[in-house]
Ligand binder design. Structure first.
Ligand code: 5GP
Length: 174
């Protein structure tokens, strides 16, 4: 599969402009407060890097990696493959995701993180597929809603590939 088989859904300038807007909103909603970003690996790493630089405030960053199990229940369960390196208790915490699809991963993750007593736990997702929602999760800061297509680029992969595309695209034939 070559790069030519990926068609652009959201261009690099559109991403940059939206991320500037999200960063400004996050800072404006918490004047004078430090913001702690939690990136969900691997898909959020590029979004998180740009978002962190778009927030005109004191920002710290941590990362986690989870595997979600989607069984017969409406909510899944998550296993931490890599946990956070610092406590989030008492901090204004923003969970940074690449995409909310059915919502099961985010829902499970929020439950685990809420139990760690952050001052605030907010969600910032670059993308959401509303037509796929199974579990409603609060997305405080959303980049774009997209149709039910499998997307790659800007951190999102297909079988480990395409994360480095500077835009979000659709793999043709999927
Ligand atoms: P959910 O638990 O919301 O159904 O799934 C969220 C996860 O599924 C995302 O973090 C991402 O890893 C994966 N995912 C869902 N839709 C897509 C997509 O269109 N492209 C890619 N690359 N991953 C997706």
């Amino acid at each position: 599969m070559t790069e030519a088989q990926v068609s652009t859904l959201i261009s690099a300038p559109e991403l940059a402009s939206k991320i500037r807007e999200l960063g400004a909103r996050i800072a404006a909603d918490h004047p004078g407060k430090p913001i702690h970003l939690l990136g969900v690996l691997k898909g959020s790493f590029i979004f998180m890097a740009d978002l962190a630089r778009a927030i005109p405030a004191e920002v710290s960053c941590d990362f986690l990696r989870v595997t979600s199990y989607k069984g017969t229940q409406s909510t899944g369960d998550v296993r931490f493959d890599m946990d956070l390196s610092e406590p989030i208790a008492g901090r204004i915490t923003v969970l940074v995701e690449d995409i909310v699809d059915t919502g099961t991963t985010m829902d499970s993750l929020l439950r685990v993180l809420r139990a760690r007593n952050p001052e605030k736990l907010l969600v910032c997702s670059l993308l959401q597929k509303p037509s796929r929602t199974k579990v409603k999760v609060p997305i405080d800061y959303l980049g774009f809603t997209i149709p039910d297509r499998f997307v790659v680029g800007y951190g999102l992969d297909y079988d480990g590939r395409f994360r480095n595309l500077p835009y979000v695209g659709v793999v043709e034939g999927m």
